[in-house]
Design a protein around this ligand. Structure first.
Ligand code: ATP
Length: 314
C-alpha cells in the first residue's frame, strides 16, 4: 500500500504572541505543492509466508526504512513521525500495530516544508488501508492533530487557512495553478528554535503583536488566480528570525528577486526559500539561475495546489 504526500509552503504565516501552553496562535495559509514523499506500508511477512522480523503477522512491530533526500537525517526509531502515526492509529483502532514502512523522501528534512508531518499523514492513510480499518479522512485528521499541527493539512492538501496552532483548517478556493521554485539549503533549522528566536526578537524590539488574521489581499489573489497579487501578498512572520539564524538566506532571497520572482520568502521556519514564478518556463529558468548563482544546495520546481495524501494505484 503506497501513499504519495505533498510538501507545504506557507503563503502566509502570521504568528501571535506565545500562549501559556508554549504554542502560538497562528493565521497560517497552507498551500500543498508537487514535491512528494512516498510511504509504503506492508505486512511484515517475508515471501513464502515467513515472518521477517520475528513479529507475528499483525504483531506489535513497526519497522521503518528511509531512502532519498537527506534520508540519513531521519530517525529510524520510535521518534520517526510515520512510526508514531502507525502506533497512534493502531491504538485508536484497538489493534496491534504490525507494519513495515518504507519512506522515499523528496521533501527536505527540517526544511520548513513539513516533511515529517507529511510522512505521518501518509502512514495514517497507508495503514488505514493495509489494516482495513475504514476510518474517514476526518477521523484520520483528528488522530493527525495529536501528532503535529501540520499533519491534518497534509491529509487535506489544496490550499487552506489554519488557525489555532494551525490545525483547525478551512479550505480556500484557489483558481488555477501557481508555479514555484524551492531553494534547498545545506543544513536544517529547528522550528522550535526559530519560534523562540521570533519571540526574543519581538521582545527586544518592543514589537506589538496583534491577533493573527488571514490576509484579505492574499485571499483575493488566490480566488482570482492572480500570481502577481499573490507574490506581493506573501508574508512570513518567522522570516526575520530565520534570516538571523541563517544569514546566507538573505542572498538566496535577493538572487530570486533579481531573477524576476513575483514573490520570495522563507518557507515556514526555513531554511528552504520559496519563489513564485510567472509560468512553468519562468520557474525552470529561475531554478537554473539560482543553481548557477551558488546560493543554495539545489533548486527544484513544483506547482500548487495539489491534493493531500493519496493512495498510489497498484
Ligand atoms: P515543519 O515545517 O513542520 O516545522 P520541517 O519541515 O522543518 O517541519 P521536518 O522535515 O518535518 O521539518 O523534520 C523535523 C525533524 O523531525 C527532523 O529533524 C527529524 O529529526 C524529525 N523527523 C521525524 N520523523 C521524520 C520523518 N519521517 N521525516 C523527516 N523528519 C522526521
Amino acid at each position: 500500500m503506497t501513499v504519495r504526500v505533498p510538501a507545504k509552503v506557507n503563503l502566509q504565516l502570521s504568528v501571535g504572541p506565545p500562549r501559556d501552553d508554549g504554542y502560538h496562535d497562528l493565521a497560517n495559509v497552507f498551500h500543498a505543492v508537487s514535491l512528494f514523499d512516498e510511504v509504503t506500508a506492508s505486512d511484515d511477512i517475508a515471501p513464502g509466508g515467513a515472518v521477517s522480523n520475528g513479529a507475528a503477522p499483525g504483531g506489535a512491530a513497526v519497522t521503518v526504512k528511509v531512502e532519498g533526500e537527506s534520508a540519513h537525517l531521519v530517525p529510524l526509531d520510535g521518534g520517526n513521525l510515520a512510526v508514531r502515526a502507525a502506533h497512534a492509529l493502531a491504538e485508536r483502532a484497538g489493534r496491534s500495530p504490525g507494519a513495515r514502512l518504507t519512506i522515499r523522501k523528496a521533501i527536505p528534512v527540517a526544511g520548513g516544508m513539513a516533511g515529517g508531518s507529511a510522512d505521518a499523514a501518509a502512514a495514517l492513510v497507508a495503514c488505514n488501508e493495509l489494516w482495513g480499518l475504514g476510518l474517514s479522512t476526518q477521523e484520520l485528521m483528528e488522530i493527525g492533530a495529536g501528532l503535529g499541527s501540520d499533519v491534518p493539512f497534509a491529509l487535506l492538501g489544496g490550499t487552506a487557512v489554519g488557525t489555532g496552532r494551525g490545525e483547525k483548517l478551512t479550505p480556500v478556493t484557489a483558481e488555477g495553478r501557481f508555479h514555484w521554485v524551492f531553494a534547498l539549503a545545506d543544513a536544517g533549522l529547528s522550528a522550535g528554535e526559530v519560534y523562540a528566536e521570533c519571540d526574543r526578537l519581538r521582545e527586544a524590539t518592543g514589537e506589538r503583536v496583534g491577533w493573527p488574521q488571514a490576509s484579505e489581499p492574499l485571499m483575493a489573489a488566490l480566488a482570482a488566480g492572480d500570481a502577481h497579487g499573490l507574490g506581493k501578498a506573501l508574508v512570513n512572520d518567522l522570516q526575520p528570525a530565520a534570516l538571523l539564524m541563517c544569514r546566507p538566506l538573505v542572498r538566496t532571497l535577493a538572487a530570486g528577486r533579481e531573477h524576476g520572482a513575483l514573490g520570495a520568502l522563507v518557507s515556514g521556519s526555513g531554511p528552504t526559500c520559496a519563489f513564485l514564478a510567472e509560468s512553468e518556463a519562468h520557474a525552470s529558468g529561475l531554478a537554473s539561475a539560482l543553481d548557477a548563482a551558488g546560493v543554495c544546495r539545489t533548486a527544484v520546481t513544483a506547482h500548487g495546489p495539489v491534493p493531500g495524501a493519496t493512495i498510489v494505484p497498484a
